[in-house]
Design a protein around this ligand. Structure first.
Ligand code: NDP
Length: 246
């Protein structure tokens, strides 16, 4: 019997990159998976089709994480369609780079809206459907702990905000049998951070394992945290970064 059979998950930003790898993994392990995305209809449609072709259940919802009402409705819709919600993965994120006196207030606001505010909104919405055994996993970043190059201050701030968020909310949710944790990847080969991009060799120079990670590697840690074995892990921020922060 697959690990997540009979369970339902919601993944934000699931159409591409790390989010798509998480959607695939949870679906392979038997979960019904809903995911949101911003604009890439074709990528979302293809992912749903490939999961359905393999006998799984998936639902794609186009919703901008900046829109709190729309995000709440999407989570309600997914929980309604599947009849339950067991797992929330807050993966959608943006990367805006710029030195302190160059980055705009718009980029600062966008970063906080998607990387922090939407995480809070989705958690509150998901909790209305989640019971004992519920699992919340946020995709943070190793940059919460180490930001070794210029121009990444706003992004690093947004990811380190999640450290305090899971520490505090773990205390609220422990008595309800719900865990909440951050997975903090290092460089992972996606459209956001291609393994052949201009920054790649600089990033590898900071790492013990000098390569980009794969979305499937991140999805493996998410699947562990979302599973029944991980009930004793909460309030944690776990690096999966090739030693970037070591
Ligand atoms: P990508 O840019 O490759 O993919 C982003 C995904 O999020 C897409 O599915 C996109 O949808 C969706 N998305 C973007 N903005 C929004 C929004 N406003 N509302 C809803 N969905 C949105 O990113 P990655 O896979 O690289 O990153 C995923 C997460 O992992 C992020 O939180 C990122 O900060 C984090 N991370 C990534 C690292 C890396 O090296 N790649 C390292 C450490 C952390 P659409 O297809 O419609 O555009």
């Amino acid at each position: 019997r697959p690990l997540f059979s009979g369970k339902a998950a919601f993944v934000t930003g699931g159409s591409r990159g790390i989010g798509a790898a998480i959607v695939r993994r949870l679906a392979e392990d038997g979960a019904a998976v809903a995911f949101s995305y911003a604009s890439n209809d074709a990528a979302a449609r293809d992912l749903v089709a490939s999961i359905e072709a393999a006998g799984g259940r998936a639902l794609a919802l186009r919703v901008d994480s900046a829109d709190a009402d729309a995000l709440r409705s999407a989570i309600d819709q997914a929980a309604g369609a599947f009849g339950r919600l067991d797992i929330l993965v807050n993966n959608a994120g943006v990367l805006k780079l710029g030195a302190v006196d160059q980055i705009s207030l718009d980029d600062f606001d966008l970063t906080l809206n998607i990387n922090v505010r939407a995480v809070f909104v989705a958690i509150q919405a998901a909790l209305r459907h989640m019971g004992e055994g519920g699992r919340i996993v946020n995709i943070g970043s190793t940059n919460a702990e180490r930001m070794p190059f210029a121009g990444g201050g706003v992004y690093a701030m947004s990811k380190s905000a999640l450290t305090g968020l899971v520490q505090g909310f773990a205390r609220d949710l422990g008595p309800r049998g719900i865990t909440i944790n951050n997975v903090q990847p290092g460089p992972v080969d996606t459209d956001m951070n291609p393994a052949d991009g201009p920054m790649a060799s600089t990033m590898h120079s900071f790492m013990a394992v000098p390569r980009h990670g794969r979305g499937t590697e991140i999805a493996g840690m998410v699947a562990y945290l979302a599973g029944p074995e991980a009930g004793f892990v909460t309030g944690a921020s776990l690096n999966i970064d090739g030693g970037f922060a070591a």
